[in-house]
Design a protein around this ligand. Sequence first.
Ligand code: SF4
Length: 348
Amino acid sequence: MTDIKSLTFDALAEILAAEGCESYRTAQVFRWLYKDRVADFSEMTNLSAKLRERLADRFFISRPEILRSQVSSDGETAKLLYGFADGNAVETVLMKYKHGSTVCISTQAGCRMGCRFCASTKRGLKRNLTVSEMLDQIIFTERQFCVKISNVVLMGTGEPLDNFDNVTAFIAMATDERCLGLSVRGISLSTCGLVERIRQLREMRLGLTLSVSLHAPNDEIRRRIMPVAAKYKMSDLLAEVKEYADYTKRRVAIEYTLIKGINDSDENARELASKLRGIMAHVNLIPLNPSKECEWERPSPARMRAFLNALEREHISATVRRELGTDIDAACGQLRLRYDNEKERADA
Ligand code: SF4
């Protein structure tokens, strides 16, 4: 059985044409899937009973289970844990802003990148998510909270560029008018810095907004925080970031998690500024999320302000990221990690 939501419009059109269907049938099926969002082929009432049966024999319509749901006390942030048929689970976060709703989706179950501060990588990579599993995080979050999502960030569990083919196929589907119809400018992808994949993304000319997790002002500190830094030199990464920003003519977001005593001094800020000079970039400073899996701490509010001021004195655009939903499991990956631990104990 094929997962029908993993097929592009053209791929489904080809299959239906080979079965002798009229060309307008594909548009009808897509409308049922993505506008009416039906759960079963039997609900596609403008198709003949025979065609509905043939579709049901050949395809299935994916539907993840909502295993956990947490909503912050101010109602602005919600976190969902979606479970898939094979037992894997991923987190999705909804953030409501005045200008619209943004969803942060996962691209892999687990992650193999090993960033030291990240709960999502503690159990390694389980598998890549499929196109429909990424689309479903948007579709079912909209349904659960009765919202229309306008922006998507690929910043949940997983390294999106480590699941390159599925992620780029997902973007094509998400921006297709006949599917979710999102604006490509409303999609941003966050990477820990896989240089050749960023280049490939640029060469595909998709025009996505890019975020790069840098977290350090030099290679030495970066290697302490992110194992991926052993493979890619910061100079190569930043050269590619500059190329990407020049091509999109939009700033690249530089993610920088502030960790007490590791990367938070004024000297670190000045070195970071010197590396970013000449690059269209904006630095998002993120206070480290405390978790029991990580021995590091976040700096004091005064130190974070001092770091920000030091960057601004060097004329680097920067902000400290507003923390959302701190009364729900704020740290990324925590909900999933706890679920996996509980499941493992129950199975034992
Ligand atoms: S921060 Fe992102 S890339 Fe790094 S381990 Fe976590 S999920 Fe993977």
